[in-house]
Design a binder for this molecule. Structure first.
Ligand SMILES: Nc1ncnc2c1ncn2[C@@H]1O[C@H](COP(=O)(O)OP(=O)(O)OP(=O)(O)O)[C@@H](O)[C@H]1O
Length: 260
């Protein structure tokens, strides 16, 4: 079943097309990767799908509902969550509180309840904490829940970002270069985590430069180059696609699984 559809997506910044008539379809349960050389338009595509920008042209549907003009928090509430290329954690806050913040869009307690600690606010607070701990357990960080986020090693900070996104209960999760800066062991752990996420029924859209990860984990790969889609298909097809190989300059770069 089709979960998300973007048609004719175009984004122009000051006369330059960062994206040019791009179509994207994501099916429920898929792991779809978006790859392409630097500046190809990958992050711009994420920004359109998550409401950071409204496309200059084109339409976006999530579960058949138009989301093009919704605000980022409204899109999160509908079931799309994301992580960012650069880690965006609250370093001085605990690991647990970073995840609790992620759940904010699903809680009902208003300012009055929060200040005066009404019984329903207290009950909700306990539930929110319990759920945040469950998410931390899922990503393997529960033992570190009291630690300040800034004290975690890099790979674990990336996991925490994923935990915070997962805390919003997304159906679709967008990961922007989750393996960037990771060592090989952290990358292998990340692969396991993404597979676990997918087994749990989450649909995953991934931007990643690590070709070994992309080729190993994706059911389908979409390739952007200079803002245009140049290929879309299963990993084996993409690896041997002439246009894709040309876009990446070195013919060996994709086949050998080197980072691009
Ligand atoms: N807010 C913006 N204002 C102006 N130009 C922008 C803006 N955001 C992106 N661009 C331009 O749009 C093009 C696509 O950028 P984008 O960040 O989407 O590429 P990318 O494929 O994610 O690249 P990378 O792999 O380096 O992260 C680039 O030329 C970039 O300079």
């Amino acid at each position: 079943m089709e979960l998300l559809e973007g048609n004719n997506l175009t984004m122009v910044f000051g006369g330059l097309s960062a994206l040019n008539s791009v179509d994207i379809k994501i099916n429920t349960g898929e792991v779809l990767s978006v790859i392409g050389p630097n500046g190809a338009g990958k992050t711009t595509l994420f920004n359109l799908l998550t409401g950071v920008y409204s496309p200059t042209e084109g339409k976006i549907y999530f579960r058949k509902k138009e989301i093009k003009n919704l605000k980022p928090y409204e899109i999160t509430k509908m079931g799309i969550a994301r992580t960012f290329q650069n880690i965006r954690l609250f370093g001085e806050m605990s690991v647990l509180d970073n995840v609790i913040i992620g759940q904010h869009c699903r809680t009902k307690t208003g300012v009055f309840g929060a200040i005066f600690k009404t019984p329903s606010a207290k009950k909700e607070e306990a539930l929110v904490k319990e759920k945040a701990m469950d998410v931390l357990k899922f990503v393997g960080l529960e033992a570190l829940h009291n630690e300040k986020a800034k004290n975690l090693p890099y790979g674990k900070q990336r996991r925490l970002e994923m935990a915070r996104a997962l805390a919003t209960d997304p159906e679709l999760i967008l990961l922007d270069e989750p393996a960037a800066g990771m060592n090989p062991q952290e990358t292998n752990e990340l692969i396991e985590l993404i597979e676990k996420l997918n087994d749990k029924g989450k649909t995953v859209l991934l931007i990643e430069h690590d070709m070994k990860l992309v080729m190993g984990i994706s059911k389908r790969i979409m390739v952007l180059d200079y803002g245009k889609k140049i290929a879309d298909g299963p990993p084996d097809e993409i690896k041997n696609d002439e246009k894709v190989i040309k876009a990446y300059l070195g013919e060996s770069s994709l086949k050998e699984g080197r980072a691009c």
